[in-house]
Design a protein around this ligand. Sequence first.
Ligand code: NAD
Length: 254
Amino acid sequence: MTEQTLTGRVAIITGAARGIGLAAVHRLCASGASVVAFDRPEADFSTALSAGRVASLAGDVVNAADWQRAIDLALTLGERVDILFNNAGISGAIANALDYPEEEFDRIMAVNVKGVFLGLKYVGHHMLTNRSGVIVNTSSVSSFGGSGNIFGYTASKHAVNGMTKSAAIALAPHGVRVLAICPSPTATEMMFQLERRLSPDNPEAARPQLAQGIPMARYGTPEEVAEALAFLVSDAAAFMTGALVPVDGGTLAK
Ligand SMILES: NC(=O)c1ccc[n+]([C@@H]2O[C@H](COP(=O)([O-])OP(=O)(O)OC[C@H]3O[C@@H](n4cnc5c(N)ncnc54)[C@H](O)[C@@H]3O)[C@@H](O)[C@H]2O)c1
């Protein structure tokens, strides 16, 4: 049985309706947390709502007013926001720097960079007032090196690392921790969509190719990422801040 290490804690999780965010909703609820599940209005919140004490927030991480609504909703679940899993993200175009469409660049920077920034800013302010809290941003193994054909995504995740480290330094004296989790390819709709785009006739054929760069030779699962998250947001990780934590089957060891 999962230990109740987060009993009484309130979390906001973005991108919570599916994939890694959905696994996080279930994992943090299993540890006793109450959760605001924040995702786009068209998302299906039903599986997230079934995880436990969960309230749904239909909005856009790029919209500051939606962050205020998320905080207000969280404060109906408890006295303060203890945890932010700043996880919503998109993959963008598959193209190199020269071919990358300008409007796609703006879109990926809006969701993956500005969305994370707004979470850090608004929830960070709230946590600073309370002198406690932990923020985990979802970065990627793509944040550690270049990639020929996923230019915008790679750039956006490098930015997430920079924001994570800078916010960690600024907030450390105020009792607020900031970390990033860096998954390698993980079995979610984001990867399945990528498989379909790379190999439209036989998407599954793309999988071994995409997995071959991972020493464990498989995708991670959303549950494995959520497990690492549960540790990082718990008091067991009280002296960890500013770290970029890989959950990657050995990818970054290469
Ligand atoms: N799947 C992978 O292989 C992988 C690897 C490394 C990092 N990541 C990162 O993990 C995070 C989660 O990805 P996933 O694999 O679960 O993807 P996913 O596409 O399955 O889920 C992403 C969720 O984010 C939501 N979302 C997107 N834009 C939003 C917005 N503007 N406002 C609110 N919600 C929004 C979507 O509706 C969706 O429910 C992303 O930041 C992604 O970059 C994923």
